[in-house]
Design a protein around this ligand. Structure first.
Ligand code: HEC
Length: 137
């Protein structure tokens, strides 16, 4: 009993040291370190931030369509790792889906439009690069 309690206390101490101690990765660094972003994409900070704030709720931080927002909607966002889908869409179609939303391209209205990105080619290209980066081949 006593020894159980001691090792528990030890565990708690170790954990809080790891969480607060110097050199531990901040929560902000962690996803970037985990997500295997292709080299070409890492520089595109604005698109990365937009994807994390606007898209990952549904599409998931790894583009697999498993973000928390995806649970309640049907059809689900597809996995961007789906090679057949990747091969079937052009960058142009991806831009259009992002700007005008799912309903405008015959897809689910749950895919929101981002009209503020219309004409913002560099961000649209950045988002498309991120989406293409989830390809497995
Ligand atoms: C509220 C949830 C939600 C958010 C937020 C969201 N999407 Fe989607 N998205 C969807 C759903 C659902 C679909 C699938 C629609 C379908 O298959 O009918 C989809 C489809 C797509 C597609 C097309 C996939 C296909 O089937 O052709 C692309 C590309 C896409 N989303 C990119 C984005 C990007 C980029 C963002 C952020 C700017 C974003 N989405 C934000 C839900 C969301």
């Amino acid at each position: 009993m006593n020894s159980t309690r001691r090792s528990l206390a030890c565990l708690v101490l170790t954990c809080s040291f790891a969480a607060c101690g110097g050199g531990a990765p901040t929560p902000k660094d962690a996803p970037a370190a985990k997500a295997p972003a292709p080299a070409a994409v890492t520089g595109d900070k604005e698109a990365q931030e937009l994807f994390q704030s606007l898209c990952s709720t549904c599409h998931g931080t790894t583009g697999r369509g498993d973000g928390p927002g995806a649970a309640a909607i049907n059809p689900k966002p597809r996995s961007f790792a789906d090679e057949a889908w990747q091969a079937s869409v052009t960058d142009e179609q991806i831009h259009k889906t992002i700007v005008f939303g799912g309903a405008a391209v015959g897809k689910s209205p749950f895919m929101p439009a981002q009209p503020q990105l219309k004409g913002n080619t560099s961000v649209l290209n950045g988002l498309t690069k991120i989406i293409r980066g989830y390809r497995t081949k």
